[in-house]
Design a protein around this ligand. Structure first.
Ligand SMILES: Cc1ncc(COP(=O)(O)O)c(C=O)c1O
Length: 402
């Protein structure tokens, strides 16, 4: 028998010990943003795949075009023009393994270790992790119920620049933000475009949730408001369809795009699933959006009404998003949702504590509750149980709101 080979001293200086994540599910799973399982269009995706394979399945023998399947890029270009108000040549769209891969490439193309990047005060933990892994110093900018506050962003840019830490980019999730659920009004987006031009700071717009709108109109995308090349636009088919498909995309100026693709983990996105997605969406996109959003809205409303019943008068607040799959729970200051998390999970309620999304190190009194996965009944019962768990731990009515 040979002895175990030792890698001591052989790892790259940038490699880190990374835990493999095995998803765990609480009885009431409000932790992860899964789509409603009952509206997953599995049979129709298979039909889309068959149509795609009949048309161009023979091309699977090749490594496909490095910017992704052409039919899906053509479909995506039409979708962007119709839904997001900007025209883009299919040649300028890059299909990736989810928007996560798109963000990864753009972050690494536009920052160096030690760079400062500004995000919303609370920001999707996946991107926060990517920014930190790239060595960035991440600073959260103040938000209110409408998302980023332009005046505060302007001041933050000025003070960071004056301190020698001029931000290398603004990363923002303007539509149904993860984790807060806020949507940034077009008027603020216009102000932010001007502010970013004034400071010379590019915008990475993560439009992952735009398809999940229950009512009202989508606000204009940053990319539609600015075609100078300052905005890189990322989006995903994980939220409209299914995360397991691992397909997203980005649009950026040629010079940014050509740098970002150097950080891809593979030569091209999955051609096979691209055929299924294009085949499905071409036939069924609107019908699917309507089904999925109706299901999400019912689940959102169940969570909000149960919250009203069980948290009324406690000083807790729950956001009421116009779309997406999250509500944002704000408990009175001093309520430690971070330390309660494991206990709540074991007692049956999974959530993610606000501190996980907080570049500035705050957020203990917040939690993200996803309403998309469980049934409306389970959303109601799970919120009731969360109130009970907080109460049993002396955390309901624990502190007056200031
Ligand atoms: C804002 C945001 N960006 C990117 C992602 C990554 O998603 P995917 O890589 O599945 O497209 C997520 C996933 O939750 C997200 O919330």
């Amino acid at each position: 028998m040979t002895s175990t080979f030792s890698y001591a001293g052989r790892f790259s200086k940038d490699s880190v010990d990374t835990e493999v994540i095995h998803p765990t599910h609480a009885k009431y799973d409000f932790g992860t943003a899964y789509p409603p399982p009952e509206t997953a269009p599995l049979n129709e995706l298979v039909e889309g795949l068959i149509a795609g394979l009949e048309r161009e399945g023979h091309d699977l023998v090749y490594y496909p075009d490095s910017n992704g399947n052409l039919a899906l890029r053509e479909f995506t270009a039409k979708k962007l023009e119709a839904d997001r108000g900007f025209k883009v040549d299919p040649e300028d769209i890059f299909i990736c393994a989810g928007s996560g891969e798109a963000n990864y490439g753009l972050i690494n193309a536009l920052t160096d270790p030690g760079s400062t990047v500004v995000t919303e005060r609370f920001v999707y933990n996946g991107t926060l992790g990517q920014l930190r892994a790239a060595g960035c110093n991440v600073v959260g900018s103040p938000m209110d119920d409408d998302g980023l506050i332009p005046e505060a962003l302007d001041e933050l840019f000025s003070s960071l620049t004056a301190a020698g830490n001029k931000p290398r980019m603004l990363y923002t999730i303007p539509e149904h933000q993860n984790p807060t659920g806020t949507t940034l009004p077009t008027s603020r987006r216009k102000q932010i475009v001007d502010i970013c031009h004034k400071h010379g700071i590019p915008i990475l717009e993560d439009d992952c949730y735009v398809d999940l709108r229950f009512f009202g109109e989508a606000q204009e995308s940053f990319r539609a408001l600015d075609d100078s090349g300052m905005v890189s636009h990322v989006a995903s088919y994980s939220k409209l369809l299914l995360p397991g498909l691992r397909l997203g995309y980005f649009v950026a100026s040629k010079e940014v795009r050509e740098r970002a693709i150097g950080f891809r983990s593979s030569s091209t996105a999955n051609h096979f699933t691209s055929l299924a997605v294009e085949g499905f969406l071409k036939e069924h996109m609107q019908e699917h959006k309507d089904n999925q959003n109706a299901a999400l809205l019912e689940k959102r409303n169940a969570m909000i009404s149960s919250f009203g019943e069980h948290f009324g008068g406690t000083g807790a607040k729950l956001s009421e998003p116009q779309g997406g799959c999250y509500t944002w729970l704000e408990m009175p200051i001093g309520t430690d949702m971070t330390s309660l998390r494991d206990k709540a999970f074991d007692a049956g309620v999974g959530y993610i504590a606000g501190s996980v999304y907080a570049p500035n190190g705050d957020g203990d009194n917040y939690a993200r509750l996803c309403f998309g996965y469980e049934s409306p009944e389970k959303n109601r019962d799970g919120v009731a149980l969360l109130a009970q768990i907080l109460d049993e731990n002396g955390m309901l009515n624990a502190a007056p709101r200031d």
